[in-house]
Write a protein that binds this ligand. Structure first.
Ligand code: NAD
Length: 260
């Protein structure tokens, strides 16, 4: 069991990629915190994962854009389990518009969830990791941390920003064994992506099938979606890698879309 008794906070883990990461971590013996917007959804996921074992999970309510909610959530984890070994800053949403139509409020909301959320959770966890002399911080980037697509100005800006944050955290955390890395998935068929397909079809005036084949999967080597399990496997690698040899990096998991 690669993560036996490691305390892992995964934000946005009541659904999609975060849920799959939490499940994979519990399967490796971890103590996982399902941190999401709604307590009932977080607790439901946590109960399912604990039943599957061999690790365990708890659910907490956390809006990653609220400094108080993040600090209170991390304090509750420390009170219960005494440490935090892994932070996966994964919570995210998507809003697509052409720049000229992008409501400023939506731009700010996107940057707040993706960037403020990553900053606030890092700020709350890193003192504990430094005191423990070790920890892993993992940011959920995207192929859009390296590549651009129309309609996604806020998302692409935020996901590029996470690379910079990870590199600074890697440098500041290195002397105390705190590593920071970014996972960059291609398209994964989660609720976040299901919502985009009709929205993009409407905005670009093409069919939903064309959005999938021409916009989402055309850059892959095999026209396949990446799966939540694929991403969870990379999250396990970054969480379980014990030395500073692997820090400040991003790893693209995308069926070959964007080769670094
Ligand atoms: P999802 O919609 O299935 O899950 C996102 C979760 O984040 C939800 O449970 C939601 O409640 C939670 N969340 C949203 N706002 C939050 C907030 N303010 N505080 C706490 N939790 C919040 O989406 P997903 O596809 O699993 O996306 C997860 C991450 O993966 C996102 O950062 C996304 O940008 C990234 N990503 C997704 C894809 C993809 O194709 N699905 C590709 C690359 C990167």
């Amino acid at each position: 069991m690669k993560l036996k008794d490691k305390v892992c906070i995964v934000t946005g883990s009541a659904s999609g990629i975060g849920e799959a990461i939490a499940k994979r971590y519990v399967s490796e013996g971890a103590k996982v915190v399902i941190a999401d917007l709604k307590l009932d959804a977080a607790e439901k996921t946590a109960a399912e994962l604990t039943a599957a074992g061999p690790g365990e999970a708890i659910g907490i309510e956390m809006d990653v854009t609220s400094e108080d909610a993040v600090n209170n959530g991390v304090a509750a984890v420390i009170a219960k389990w005494g440490r935090v070994d892994v932070l996966v800053s994964n919570a995210g949403i998507q809003i697509v518009h052409k720049i000229e139509d992008f409501p400023f409020a939506d731009w700010k909301k996107m940057l707040s969830i993706h960037l403020d959320g990553a900053f606030l959770t890092t700020k709350a966890c890193i003192p504990h990791m430094k005191a423990q002399k070790g920890g892993a911080i993992i940011y959920m980037g995207s192929v859009h941390s390296h590549e651009a697509s129309p309609l996604k100005s806020a998302y692409v800006t935020a996901k590029h920003g996470l690379l910079g944050l990870a590199r600074v955290v890697a440098k500041e955390g290195g002397p105390d064994g705190v590593r920071a890395n970014v996972i960059c998935p291609g398209f994964v068929r989660t609720p976040l992506v299901e919502k985009q397909i009709p929205e993009q079809a409407k905005a670009l005036g093409i069919s939903e099938d064309e959005v999938v084949k021409k916009m989402m999967l055309s850059g892959t080597v095999d026209t396949q979606f990446t799966t939540v399990e694929d991403v969870a496997e990379v999250a396990l690698l970054f969480a379980g890698f014990e030395t500073n040899a692997l820090t400040g990096q991003s790893l693209v998991v995308s069926h070959g879309w964007y080769m670094q």
